[in-house]
Design a protein around this ligand. Structure first.
Ligand SMILES: O=P(O)(O)O[C@@H]1C[C@H](O)[C@@H](CO)O1
Length: 349
């Protein structure tokens, strides 16, 4: 609650500025007062816009609220998950691999947003994968659906409070890297938080130390150990090695795809694949100390020249996921399997 006041104070501060110059009626830098009036009006509109967007950007989900959701779920299942899995577009098949499941439609969970994107069922599934208790988000939330980044990532905190120490995030993405192909799986070794460059972040607002620290390092956001396990897995799963890539993911706000100029810019910045999710979930997960692993299913090549036909279609992307189901499930199952061995190893120490 206090937070909202703080955010408004900031925008009100900006709102004051045009009023300060107005009564003097003096020219500034040779501008006539009518021009100043217009400039003042524009500034006023801009600050209104800022306060509106700030409301949208402000933190969502107090510790107590997230705890209430976690308690609601834990009261209704005996499963105590160690790993959270977020299913990207067309990757809901992962949740279908779980055994002994307890499912919760998002609509039935207090304070939970609802999924609005085709291919995102909108269900939390508790169950076992490779013998490890896991919690699958069968459908995630995107910024372009109108949710703040904090709201999009709030379920990650729920995962943490129900006991998950690990997070596996998956997504559909367009390839910028020319050497990639549709149907490749790109292990994410790092990301570029483009929305963060513009001041948008899931951690905006006052920090609650019960979740994590105010400032956090992101140099090892993607766990090198889990990355290595995934690479080793490729050696044992037929047909996986040839489609496995590694690269840098960048999240854009969407829902529009990139212009050619934007694609070229991101290529210059070192981006290998572009999507509309994951980055804010990983930031939130790292904030609360989770070990993270993520990959992108390359569903399309980004349009990098004006001569190319743009053939982006969400439904086709979802189909690519279906075609790769077997190998993706095998990859995730094996990576999750190592969490069990890790936990057993720790118990023996
Ligand atoms: O949830 P993900 O990141 O897999 O979804 C991708 C990005 C857009 O939401 C959508 C575009 O088709 O797929």
């Amino acid at each position: 609650m206090n937070r909202a006041a703080t955010v408004n104070e900031v925008s009100n501060g900006q709102q004051q500025q045009p009023n300060k110059t107005k009564p003097s009626g003096k020219r500034i830098n040779g501008l006539s007062s009518s021009v100043q009036d217009i400039a003042g009006l524009l500034l006023f509109c801009f600050s209104c816009f800022l306060s509106l967007t700030n409301t949208n950007l402000a933190s969502y989900g107090s510790f107590e609220m997230v705890q209430e959701i976690a308690t609601y779920l834990l009261d209704r299942t005996r499963i105590r998950p160690q790993c959270g899995i977020i299913c990207g577009s067309g990757l809901g098949c992962l949740a279908e691999q779980l055994t002994d499941v307890d499912s919760f439609d998002y609509e039935t969970i207090p304070h939970f947003p609802v999924s609005t994107v085709p291919g995102h069922v909108g269900r939390l599934v508790f169950g076992y994968l490779a013998g490890v208790p896991v919690l699958c988000m069968q459908g995630r939330f995107h910024y372009y659906e109108g949710y703040s980044l904090a709201k999009c990532s709030m379920p990650v905190r729920v995962m943490r409070l129900v006991g998950c120490t690990h997070l596996i995030a998956t997504n559909a993405a367009g390839a910028i890297n020319n050497n990639f192909h549709v149907g490749d799986i790109m292990l994410i070794k790092d990301h570029i938080n483009l929305m963060g460059f513009a001041g948008n972040c899931p951690l905006l607002g006052p920090n609650d130390d019960r979740f994590g620290p105010r400032f956090l390092g992101m140099a090892k956001a993607y766990d090198p150990g889990m990355l290595q396990v995934a690479k080793d897995t490729a050696k044992h799963v037929p047909g996986l090695g040839s489609i496995l890539r590694e690269g840098v993911y960048c999240c854009v706000g969407g829902p529009n795809f990139e212009t050619v100029a934007e694609g070229r810019l991101l290529s210059l910045l070192g981006v290998d694949a572009i999507g509309m999710s994951t980055v804010h979930e990983i930031i939130t997960a790292r904030h609360c100390g989770m070990t993270c692993f993520a990959f992108s299913l390359i569903t399309n090549m980004c349009t990098m020249s004006y001569e190319e036909e743009e053939e982006h279609c969400h439904e086709t992307f979802v189909d690519v996921g279906r075609q790769l189901e077997g190998r993706i499930c095998e990859l995730v199952t094996r990576v999750v399997g190592t969490i069990r061995s890790e936990a057993n190893g720790r118990k023996k120490e």
